[in-house]
Design a protein around this ligand. Structure first.
Ligand code: MN
Length: 739
């Protein structure tokens, strides 16, 4: 870092401030501009002398966040002011009172919300599930809190490079696990994609750069294709009198390409839809629907559409406000091409989010906002789930994410009222969506006038009439066929209620019997009972007693033998097994990995979910009872572990001392040809002298798929092997796979 003079700092700051003013020009009147200036001066003064990790003056961060809030999320002056002030109460001498005095209670309460969140999850400490719940709960007050927080995170991700590596991974995982889904739910598609890409860049650098390189290499070719594809459509649109439109190819994000490669188990070259064509029409609101369909009709005049891939979110927008018409057509050269048709208004919502566009446009547009209730509906649903004291925070996040990534179906009540449910929802989900009591008493339903069971899966367009009975109550099985978080939360809390009632009876029975045996139910004794029966809390114990699962004779013997015995034996066994494990490790893999900043040596085992081998980017995860497990940073479970249990993650790197063979798998596909297996085994055992453990081949319709398990020293050797395999004639693909 070179030393900077105060004059240079001042210049930098002023420049950034001017840019911010320029992009908020259109939405701020004179008074608002004055207020933004005051917020800037206040923050600048408060942060003066502070610097970011990168060395630049701290105030550049709040200015950048304000710029994102304004330009990329579309927030008005209130959002901009709060973004400028977002770190002041947390990090400087300023108080809420100062802010309320300088502005008003609305601004100070949003800054208050932002401070509360940053207090529980700043960049230093990873956010826990419970904190995330609190974060979402603030949605109930003002969505702007979340929107500014997302802007804050986006800027931190864009400047993540100046953070130390272990923090990069933690922050990036949290971003992928929580912020990207949140941005998605709020309809901030552009930001969601950027967050996902940035997060992947830090958690799976190699794959990220691999795809980026390939995208760059095929750029010219793709541009040419788009040009050819678009040409006749452009001409026809103009012929039909449409002039105000743009049409262009949009590359998909690296993250979504990687997702496709992973899910469909294909190679980059086999992902056909690397880009989508987007037509954006500029027109008055009343012409929107007709013009979108007109464009659709023109496109399908030129190219044959795939009827399975038509999505009409113009007639019925998604729950997060997304509107667009999607189709996939057969383009030149026999390639499927996705086409998105929308108007500029829809495009703005898609890019900047529903929340920003409708609810928080200040002034004129606000009146119009109240018409669209989808966001409010969603917020209400979230609020309901959150304020339920029974719901478990981790469960909540799980359900929240499930809700996000599922596609939606549209179904109707008998009166024709539209309900949006996730794909796969059952009649029971629908019942709970209408009302908790209707869900709890539901015994079946009529779907399109036909009688169906509770578990019946609903389809688009179904009309559902719920049948209830006063005698009905929720049972464990119901969790098997419900998918919405609302239904699942309500069922779980009803079951817990029931269990608590039964446990109450159990407690009475247990205490009475203990009394007969002349035993005292001390905490110590109860704890021993829990340990003996391997139960986690007394509620479970009482519950088991009520269900007569516990043998009172056994309880008696236990006490007589002295309850300490049980514990001692456990500990001895544990130590014994640990000894065995230690020697095994010593024989095989000790010293291969170093932990922490000082390269400490510790015992560990390799995680089975991703089977790391030397050369992989890895981290250690402290498990309960199984020591340290080593995972790859791109393990499918990594982001959830790091985001939820960041404190259990240990920095880990390979020591390059010994060579020990690791078992790993390679998947190959190719043309089913005589001699191809011979060639594969030749490459493996003669050419590279790699030890092969097994090979299984599956062939049908002229294509074979092979799974080969080999022992390799590290990723270098594995990469070499894969490269060689790919060169064999008739081999279409070869890549690593995990168990
Ligand atoms: Mn910040």
């Amino acid at each position: 870092m070179t030393a900077v003079s105060p004059e240079q700092d001042k210049k930098l700051i002023l420049n950034a401030y001017r840019q911010l003013m320029r992009c908020s020009e259109a939405k701020a009147d004179k008074r608002s501009k004055k207020r933004i200036r005051r917020a800037f001066e206040m923050a600048n003064e408060a942060h003066s002398g502070m610097r970011r990790k990168s060395g630049e003056p701290y105030i550049l961060h709040p200015i950048a966040v304000a710029k994102i809030a304004s330009k990329e999320i579309g927030l008005g002056p209130v959002g901009i002011i709060c973004a400028l002030l977002h770190d002041t109460v947390e990090d400087t001498e300023l108080t809420f009172e100062d802010i309320e005095r300088a502005f008003d209670s609305q601004i100070s309460s949003i800054v208050n919300g932002l401070t509360k969140i940053s207090g529980i999850f700043d960049l230093e400490n990873s956010i826990q599930a419970e904190n995330f719940r609190k974060l979402i709960l603030t949605l109930a007050d003002d969505v702007r809190v979340i929107l500014v927080k997302i802007a804050d995170r986006l800027h931190n991700m864009r400047t993540l490079v100046s953070m130390p590596e272990h923090k990069q991974v933690r922050i990036a995982s949290e971003t992928k696990f929580l912020y990207a889904p949140l941005a998605h739910r709020l309809g901030l598609y552009a930001i969601k994609s950027e967050l996902e890409d940035l997060s992947m860049k830090y958690t799976d650098r190699e794959t990220y750069q691999g795809i980026a390189k390939k995208l760059a290499a095929t750029k010219v070719e793709r541009a040419k294709y788009v040009k050819e594809f678009v040409k006749p459509i452009k001409a026809s649109l103009k012929n039909e009198g449409l002039h105000n439109f743009t049409i262009a190819g949009r590359p998909k994000s690296i993250y979504s390409i990687q997702n496709k490669i992973h899910k469909k188990k294909v190679e980059f070259e086999e992902v056909y839809d690397l880009f989508a064509i987007r037509i954006v029409i500029d027109c008055p609101r009343e012409d929107e629907k007709a013009l979108c369909w007109k464009a659709y009709s023109i496109i399908t005049d030129h190219y044959v559409p795939n009827p399975d891939r038509l999505r009409d979110w113009v007639s019925t927008p998604k729950a997060n406000g997304y509107e667009s018409l999607h189709t996939t057509v057969m383009g030149p050269g026999g390639k499927w091409v996705e086409v998105q048709i929308r108007t500029s208004r829809m495009d703005e919502i898609a890019e900047k989010g529903f929340a920003a566009h409708w609810k928080y446009k200040e002034g004129e547009a606000k009146k119009e906002a109240t018409k669209d209730g989808a966001l409010d509906d969603w917020l209400n649903r979230i609020r309901e789930t959150l304020t339920n004291p029974e719901s478990d925070a981790l469960d909540f996040i799980h359900n929240f994410k499930l809700d996000l990534y599922q596609d939606e179906i549209y179904v109707f009540t008998p009166k024709g009222e539209l309900k949006i449910l996730p794909q796969g929802a059952s009649t029971l989900d629908f019942a709970f969506d209408i009302h908790t009591d209707i869900g709890a008493k539901c015994i079946g339903a009529k779907v399109n006038h036909k009688l169906v069971p509770l578990s019946h899966k609903l389809a688009n367009g179904d009309q559902i009439e719920i049948i209830t009975s006063k005698k009905q109550k929720p049972n464990e099985d119901w969790l098997k066929f419900t998918t919405t978080s609302k239904a699942r939360t309500k069922i779980k809390s009803a079951l817990k209620e029931e269990k608590r009632r039964i446990a109450g009876d159990g407690k009475e029975i247990l205490f009475r019997k203990l009394k007969q045996l002349k035993l005292n139910p001390t905490n110590e004794f109860l704890n021993d009972l829990l340990a003996h029966y391997k139960l986690s809390d007394v509620l479970d114990l009482y519950f088991q007693v009520a269900n007569r699962d516990l043998n009172m004779e056994e309880i008696k013997r236990l006490e007589i033998k002295s309850n300490r015995v049980v514990f001692k034996k456990n500990i001895e066994e544990h130590i014994e097994s640990k000894k065995i494990r230690d020697t095994e490790i010593n024989k095989k893999e000790s010293d291969l990995l170093l932990f922490g900043d000082f390269g400490d040596k510790m015992d560990y085992t390799m995680a089975k979910c991703c089977s790391p081998i030397p050369g992989d980017d890895v981290f250690g995860f402290v498990t309960i009872g199984q020591g340290i497990k080593i995972h790859r940073k791109n393990c499918p479970n990594a982001s959830s572990m790091i985001a939820n249990y960041g404190y259990r993650v240990i920095k880990t790197k390979w020591s390059q001392k010994k060579k020990i063979a690791f078992l790993t798998g390679v998947r190959v596909t190719g043309l089913d040809d005589i001699g191809v297996i011979q060639k594969i085994t030749n490459v493996i055992s003669s050419d590279l002298k790699v030890n092969m453990r097994s090979i299984s081949i599956d062939a049908s319709e002229g294509i074979f798929k092979g799974h080969i398990m080999v022992f390799v020293d590290d990723t270098k050797q594995l990469d070499k092997l894969i490269k060689k395999l790919k060169k064999i004639e008739g081999i279409l693909s070869a890549n690593r796979f995990d168990s």
